[in-house]
Design a protein around this ligand. Structure first.
Ligand SMILES: CC(C)(COP(=O)(O)OP(=O)(O)OC[C@H]1O[C@@H](n2cnc3c(N)ncnc32)[C@H](O)[C@@H]1OP(=O)(O)O)[C@@H](O)C(=O)NCCC(=O)NCCS
Length: 181
């Protein structure tokens, strides 16, 4: 896959990206906002995940690049369900100096456009921790709706937090971005 947005490009992950992925996922500030912590990931774990991903039909693992060609983040689709034309999304901008400059939003819109317009997906869902206000903002402004709450589904730093379930439908996305398909 090779997608071009206004601020980013999105491409398939390669073996060469694994060290960067390890660095990003082990950053404590990022780890606190995504699934997986507190277990530190390793090159071996990410290599296994990479190899496994190559053979999986229901997973898509992608790298977000700036337009100058540096790798800045990761975006993935899991539980791809062809019958119901839906999937679950996860993302991170691993280079923190790039936060709050629109890269995450552009990556998300670029991928959704491809999924809904080219691949005929019907819905995309995701989960976000209740305290992740930046991610929540990005998802809301992209058109995701809160669909539910997994009450106290997350245990972090000695207490429980809710996990917010969000989703977007094809028609909602096309309507928001005034795409007439
Ligand atoms: C979440 C993430 C992918 C967003 O990418 P990004 O490039 O930083 O996001 P953008 O710059 O496109 O948008 C950020 C928005 O959040 C807003 N924002 C930032 N901090 C905020 C805060 N504390 N409260 C409310 N809004 C906030 C920004 O103002 C901006 O909105 P605006 O464009 O309307 O001004 C990125 O920050 C990241 O990787 N975070 C760590 C990992 C993570 O949380 N992943 C998501 C897991 S569900």
């Amino acid at each position: 896959m090779n997608l071009a947005g206004n601020k980013v490009r999105i491409r398939n992950i390669t073996r060469a990206d694994i060290p960067l992925l390890v660095k990003w996922k082990n950053d404590p500030e990022i780890a606190d906002l995504v699934r997986g912590a507190p277990i530190n990931t390793t090159f071996e774990i990410e290599s296994r995940r990479y190899e496994k991903g190559l053979g999986e039909y229901d997973t898509l693992r992608l790298i977000i690049e700036s337009l100058t060609g540096s790798s800045i983040g990761f975006i993935s689709l899991g539980s791809i369900d062809k019958e119901n034309r839906k999937a679950e999304l996860g993302m991170l901008i691993g280079e923190k100096r790039m936060w709050n400059q629109g890269f995450g939003t552009d990556a998300l819109v670029t991928l959704l456009r491809h999924l809904f317009l080219e691949l005929d997906f019907h819905r995309v869902g995701l989960e976000v921790f209740e305290y992740n206000v930046r991610a929540k903002k990005v998802y809301e402004k992209t058109g995701f709706t809160i669909e539910g709450l997994e009450r106290q589904g997350l245990y972090r730093n000695g207490r429980y937090y809710d996990i917010i379930l969000m989703g977007i439908l094809r028609d909602e996305f096309l309507g928001k971005y005034r795409i007439f398909a």
